[in-house]
Design a protein around this ligand. Structure first.
Ligand code: NAD
Length: 280
């Protein structure tokens, strides 16, 4: 068996084209504010990519760049100013923040109505109650890819590797909301391959390059690789792609799988936030 390679780049581009059409139909352009503190090189690439994608979709996007040593209170004041600015529809604070800053405190300052990353505790609660209008972008992107290859997710056994607040936990909640039977695993899980081998759907988000091997995967499973690591200057996922493509029925590549979907979903969330605030 050779797996279908799920083309996240193409699917994300289609989503962005559709979103751009929708945005054109509104009298006002959505507005995304991106707060970036410090000079982390990777963060710089991410914020500029988000801005470029937003502008191409017809979404206004401004980067608010603060110096590395900006006091916490100053960052909070900026977020509060953006909260009060009625022109702003969505606010994201690029992570990681510098060490002297309490990340949770900053994220909780964002108004829920503008929290397009959905990292606030209230948004997490809405997701687990299955009443969220939008949720965390990366796992939303994964659900979208899964539905392309597996229209009915109900009853499938989904195994998630990783339990972070931004990927693993919301991923498990979303799969549960799709009526999957969900098993969450993490760095302390004993005998991980025995568990992953039971999965109809395997979502891997642990940041451990090529961890998942062919003998970890059930024949015909759908495997989604969220991981991104740099090894010898090349981007590598958490799944050993060349091995696993021999047993999986469908598989995402890295790069070009989940990554482009994350940005597309963030833009979708910004449009959703605008529609909700403006009762469109
Ligand atoms: P994290 O470090 O916050 O969490 C990693 C999780 O994986 C932890 O829960 C840990 O217990 C688990 N883990 C680590 N090693 C493991 C192992 N050997 N076996 C089982 N579990 C293990 O990371 P994160 O923010 O969730 O990101 C995970 C990966 O996904 C990273 O490579 C990151 O770069 C990538 N990522 C990609 C996107 C995207 O858009 N494609 C978005 C976010 C994160």
């Amino acid at each position: 068996m050779t797996a279908l390679v799920i083309d996240g780049k193409k699917i994300a581009q289609q989503l962005r084209n559709d979103l751009a059409q929708e945005v054109k139909s509104y009298s006002k352009r959505p507005y995304l504010a991106v707060v970036w503190v410090g000079d982390n090189e990777a963060s710089g690439v991410y914020v500029r990519n988000k801005q470029k994608a937003a502008l191409e979709t017809g979404i206004n996007c401004k980067i608010y760049h603060l110096a590395e040593h900006t006091p916490e209170q100053e960052i909070i004041s900026l977020v509060q100013k953006l909260n009060r600015n009625s022109a702003v529809d969505g606010i994201i604070v690029q992570l990681p923040l510098p060490k002297h800053v309490n990340t949770r405190k900053i994220l909780e300052t964002i108004y829920s109505s503008k929290d397009v990353d959905a990292f606030k505790a209230v948004k997490v609660g809405e997701l687990w109650k299955n009443i969220a209008r939008w949720s965390s972008a990366t796992p939303e992107g994964v659900i979208c890819l899964l539905k392309m290859v597996c229209p009915s997710l109900a009853g499938k056994h989904a195994v998630v590797i990783g339990r972070s607040d931004i990927v693993g936990k919301p991923m498990a909640a979303m799969l549960l909301n799709e009526d999957c039977t969900v098993t969450m695993t993490h760095s302390k899980t004993v005998d991980l391959p025995t568990i992953t081998k039971m999965a109809d759907i395997l979502v891997v988000a642990c940041g451990s390059p090529k961890l998942v091997k062919k003998n970890w995967v059930k024949k015909g499973a759908v495997v989604i690789d969220v991981g991104i690591s740099k090894v010898d200057g090349k981007l590598v996922g958490d799944v050993d792609f060349d091995e696993v493509k021999e047993v999986a029925s469908a598989l995402t590549p890295v790069p070009g799988g989940v990554g482009p979907m994350t940005i597309a979903m963030l833009l979708k969330n910004t449009v959703e936030a605008m529609k909700k605030r403006r009762k469109l």
